[in-house]
Design a protein around this ligand. Sequence first.
Ligand SMILES: [Zn+2]
Length: 396
Amino acid sequence: MNNEKNIVVHCKSCLLTNQKPHSMNETKNQSSNQKKSTLEFDEKGICSACRNIERSKKINWELREKELWKICDKYRSKDGKYDCIISGSGGKDSMFQAHILKYKFKMNPLTVTYSPILKTDMGMKNLINWVNVGGFDNYTFNPNGKVLSVLTREAFKNILHPSQPFKIGIKTYAAKMAKIFGINLVFYGEHYSDYGSSTVTDAYFPLEWLTNDDELDDIHIAGLKVKDIKKKYNFLRDQDFIPYKPLKNKDLEKMNLNILFLGWFLKWDPQEIYYYTTKNSGFTLDDYKSDGTHGRYASVDDKMEYLHFYCSYIKFGIGRCRLDASQEIRHGHITREEGINLCKKFDGEFPKRYAKDCFEFMGYSTKEALEIIDKFRPNHLWEKKKTKWIRKQEIF
Ligand SMILES: [Zn+2]
């Protein structure tokens, strides 16, 4: 990391910082040290996520909705086949997408689920409600847990990103299901620009993010090449990596696939979506406040997500509360001051509720896991005073 990146810049409007990396094609990700592009700021010190939400307030949403009607008219099946795919696990966003496309836009969506690493009770309940209350057909895929366990173990140790193999698998899953069912349309939810990614500037998800033409042995998962993972765990065979294999460019060329962000066409306010799905699809809130944030309705289906957010807090100084609060500030639900107070209370809380389950799944004792975590604290964000880790360059 160069020196410039070692100085934490806070957005003047929300609470995000220049340490936040953009998502990338992880199968080309060699290690945690690989340079990633990070959240951009304009000359006034406002991040691109805030600027995007500001711009979205001026969008003519009626016109955008008409565009969506046109697309649906083109793809809507006339012979009772599925005409689009929504991938999700019963989170509020996928519930919203499937419901509005089926009941307002008269599409016939197939819902598909790539199972969370360690399902929570709440997530299971919402997945059942998605199908039974919302009213959808659903295919659920459970990747081999023995394989996932070692990949998660390596991803935690090598890049402190335990959910990375899962995220690689889920990323191509909807496209693979589209291929199997001969469906040309996949919908994703919130537009990437709402998180601050400025690389996606229209309704279309860039398909090259799903592809990698390298040989399987040379593909990166968990910070290692597949051939090195196979050497280390000699029970693994090539076919064990099927769920993690990116698409080949030639496969995509044959498919005529379009992946669209529904959030490009419909205004995406997380709170409004929460109310909508509670009413229409039986979305249920967690009984407990999530460790690490004040929020209770995002990413509550996978125990590993709680650890994932904690790892991001260690590596980038951006915890789950900071992400949630920043989003709420952008949408005008809370002030920046209120967001700062929430971060003081909750950001970086240890994921105590599920940590042990996660460590056990990866085959680490708590002591071993905590030692790994501490190795990933960057010097410009953390210093150790006696036995305590102190955050540097904090906003408050
Ligand atoms: Zn911002």
